[in-house]
Design a protein around this ligand. Structure first.
Ligand SMILES: Cc1ncc(COP(=O)(O)O)c(C=O)c1O
Length: 367
């Protein structure tokens, strides 16, 4: 069997044909197609405003800047996430304070969160890892008490809900990534969501050289260039048409793994809390035999991926004071990293391929 890739986007002639149409208009920098994309996202996810940006890393950075967060401030982030969440905080000059995660949903451990809040804490970034989330009602209650802003990193969880509201629209600001491996993609790209007109205006200025519209050369503030392009928007608009189908297929893939592997004693799955309606960006399993299983599957041309590496162990932060650790040993994060494996989860995964993956895993555990 040919190599089964862990994750691939669903891109076909629909994107290619539409892209050609948009390119033929010859206006390639952010314009009408981007507006259309933003409006569709706003409507679909019931957010008042959305701002397309060059990538979601910059989106997190802009969200923090919109609250004037910088040097001398602390921002709480989980120990398990893609490193961009943490680096976006470092980019502002603030200090990321690292929170342990919950073993069940891999999101912020709310008990640890309460303990590590300080007078300097200005924001928290819950990361809805792999489409799941923590109890956001509790997170909101704690954060409100200390006037801590919530910026939701919903990079991996477009379409997931908590208490009937879309992840990314529950905190003061939130957003999605459209990087190549995400549920829908624009190559690179991201979008910021907020219900505050004031924040929206501020963030638009930040991404557009500190001015409120294009074509003028008087700048209200010192800004950046994090603009979107019409090519990204064209692809995004076709990807949005496919979103429901992709989410359904990913759920089916996840359920097939769960059913197929239900009798394997050494395998467990993520657990969602009662109000969370997750999406299944990646199908993850947890097993003590992870390293051996990963090698076994590799020999069969089945590509898998590790769970994110704990932030406090990242080589790039070693011997620096860029991040603040609040525990000697983040044992839950370490355990999740040591046992977690992302299985092939692409929209294009065939039934035959998935059966082969499931039977290979079963065979491994029979040995
Ligand atoms: C949890 C998380 N946060 C942030 C990012 C950064 O997004 P981007 O690649 O669009 O900058 C990603 C993905 O790349 C991510 O998975």
């Amino acid at each position: 069997m040919k190599k089964i890739i862990q994750i691939q986007p669903w891109i076909d002639s629909q994107e290619a044909n539409y892209l050609k149409k948009i390119i033929n208009k010859t206006f390639l920098t952010e314009a009408g197609e981007t507006k259309k994309f933003e409006n569709r996202i706003t409507k679909r996810f019931k957010s008042k405003y959305s701002i397309a940006v060059s990538n979601w890393t910059n989106g997190i950075f802009m969200s923090l800047k919109a609250f004037n967060i910088g040097e001398g401030d602390e921002v709480i982030v989980p120990n398990l996430t893609f490193i961009a969440t943490v680096n976006a905080v470092i980019m502002t000059g603030a200090k990321p304070v690292i929170c342990e995660v919950d073993e069940k949903n891999l999101s912020i451990d709310l008990e640890h969160y309460k303990k590590i809040i300080s007078k300097k804490t200005k924001a928290v970034i819950p990361v809805h890892l792999y489409g799941h989330c923590c109890d956001l009602n509790k997170l909101k209650k704690i954060s409100r008490r200390y006037k801590i802003k919530i910026i939701e990193d919903a990079a991996q969880s477009i379409g997931a809900k908590f208490n009937d509201r879309y992840l990314g629209t529950i905190g003061e600001i939130g957003g999605f990534s459209f990087y190549g491996n995400k549920i829908i993609t624009t190559g690179e790209g991201g979008i910021i969501l907020t219900n505050s007109l004031q924040l929206k205006k501020k963030m638009y200025e930040l991404k557009n050289h500190g001015r409120s519209k294009k074509g003028v050369f008087k700048h209200n503030s010192v800004g950046y260039n994090f603009m979107f392009t019409e090519m990204q928007a064209a692809i995004g608009n076709i990807q949005l048409n496919k979103l429901n189908k992709i989410l359904l297929k990913k759920k089916k893939i996840y359920n097939n793994y769960k059913k197929g592997l239900s009798k394997v004693a050494d395998i467990s799955f993520m657990k969602n809390i009662s109000l969370n309606k997750p999406v299944y960006w990646f199908s993850n399993i947890f097993t003590k035999s992870k390293p051996r299983l990963q090698k076994f599957l590799q020999k069969r041309n089945i590509q898998t991926r590790d769970i994110f590496f704990p932030i406090v162990l990242q080589p790039c932060y070693k011997n620096t004071n860029l991040i603040i650790k609040k525990k000697k040993n983040y044992s839950i994060s370490n355990k999740i990293f040591n046992t977690g494996l992302s299985l092939p989860s692409s929209y294009n995964l065939t039934k035959k391929e998935q059966n082969f993956i499931v039977s290979s895993i079963k065979e491994f555990f029979k040995k």
